[in-house]
Design a protein around this ligand. Structure first.
Ligand SMILES: NC(=O)C1=CN([C@@H]2O[C@H](COP(=O)(O)OP(=O)(O)OC[C@H]3O[C@@H](n4cnc5c(N)ncnc54)[C@H](O)[C@@H]3O)[C@@H](O)[C@H]2O)C=CC1
Ligand SMILES: O=C(CO)COP(=O)(O)O
Length: 338
């Protein structure tokens, strides 16, 4: 049994807390917002962010982040935009040997940093483990067999988290390619918004398959330029998460895309989803990174234009009308220069 502090009492924070509690761990769930905790106490669930999932009364609920002091594992489960402030808030309350894990999938929008880099800046004293992979909160909470990855440069830290999280319904792999794992998780949200747009426009399965496949190509292109390993993108945190998020009825990013595809302006679509949608801000960060690393990310570029008001039909026509190329252009170019 481990003592675990989950920071964030939204969809994913709750699903992890409920699962870890079920497997006998001592779980405390924190929210910055007293009204969120009060509402969970009152109704025994988070009616807005994960309705229908009962939160056992023996899961400790708090708004006092200092309660992290006794935790062996502290899991950040807040949106990307809140990762720095949450890491900063918990930094002085961590036990010396605690491991910090992050489940948020995105970038810091102002710096374009990966979230483990943001956390490392605020908590340089502790190892950060990235948790990612195809894992919707709604299904984790209901014990649907699921696989994820715990990524860290130090294998012992990743294995510490693996040991705590592994159970009969959750299989956890370790990986040391933190860059690849984090980029896969952050960038698939962009493609999920686009897949949703295609669904909202009532395009077909061919279009969705094209977006997913060419989306993975541009995810891997940026990833390789940033030092990730290519195998990571065909693994759980690359292709695996891309599949689940582009096809699932649970996906917040896809749901946002459906609304945009139906003609709802992006800001309004995000509001209507009412939960964390990471793909829109990730698209802006990814576009900046693609320019910095000089790689082409045409789908990401068109999503950014749509977020700025370009009609989805025009964006689609421009993607279809791109200059002819080889499917594996970079490999082909390399072959020619041998
Ligand atoms: N919901 C899911 O199935 C999964 C979500 N994730 C990732 O986990 C992260 C959180 O997502 P969800 O739990 O779905 O979001 P959510 O919208 O359900 O909950 C967000 C939580 O963060 C808290 N929060 C918001 N602003 C905050 C701030 N400034 N400071 C501290 N806390 C703040 C909210 O009070 C709430 O408890 C996202 O990056 C998402 O991509 C990853 C895997 C699965
Ligand atoms: O990352 C997730 C599932 O692995 C959750 O994001 P979505 O809800 O947008 O699919």
């Amino acid at each position: 049994m481990a003592r675990i502090m989950v920071l964030g009492s939204g969809g994913f924070g709750i699903s992890l807390s409920v699962m870890l509690h079920k497997y006998g761990h001592d779980v405390t769930m924190w929210s910055k917002f007293p009204q969120e905790i009060e509402s969970i106490r009152k109704f025994g669930e988070n009616k807005k962010l994960l309705p229908g999932v009962a939160i056992d009364a023996s899961i400790n609920l708090t708004t006092d982040i200092a309660e992290a002091e006794t935790a062996e594992l502290v899991i950040l489960a807040v949106p990307s935009f809140a990762v720095r402030e949450t890491a900063k808030a918990v930094a002085s309350h961590l036990a010396p040997n605690a491991i910090v894990a992050n489940v948020a999938k995105g970038f810091e929008e102002s710096t374009h940093l990966r979230l483990s880099e943001v956390i490392a800046q605020e908590i340089p004293t502790h190892d950060v483990v990235v948790l990612s992979g195809p894992s919707h909160a709604e299904e984790i909470a209901r014990n649907v067999p699921t696989t994820i990855v715990a990524a860290c440069k130090h294998r012992e830290s990743a294995e510490f988290v693996q040991d705590i999280l592994m159970n009969t319904n959750l299989r956890v792999y370790v990986n040391d390619d933190m860059t690849g794992v984090e980029l896969g998780g952050a960038l698939k949200n962009i493609i999920a918004v686009c897949a949703g747009i295609a669904d909202g426009m009532e395009l077909g399965d061919n279009t969705k398959a094209a977006l997913m496949t060419r989306g993975l190509a541009e995810i891997a292109r940026l990833g390789l330029a940033m030092g990730a390993e290519s195998e990571t993108f065909t693994g759980l945190t690359g292709m695996g998460d891309l599949i689940v998020t582009c096809t699932s009825m649970h996906s917040r990013n896809r749901r946002c895309g459906i609304l945009i595809g139906q003609g709802i302006p992006a800001d309004e679509a995000v509001k209507r989803v009412g939960m964390t949608v990471e793909g829109c801000s990730a698209a802006r960060a990814a576009l900046a990174l693609s320019r910095e690393y000089q790689v082409e990310m045409p789908i990401t570029e068109q999503l950014c234009a749509v977020l700025d008001g370009k009609p989805v039909g025009t964006a689609l026509a421009e993607l279809m009308g791109r200059p002819r190329r080889h499917e594996n252009e970079e490999i082909w170019m390399k072959e020619q220069t041998k």
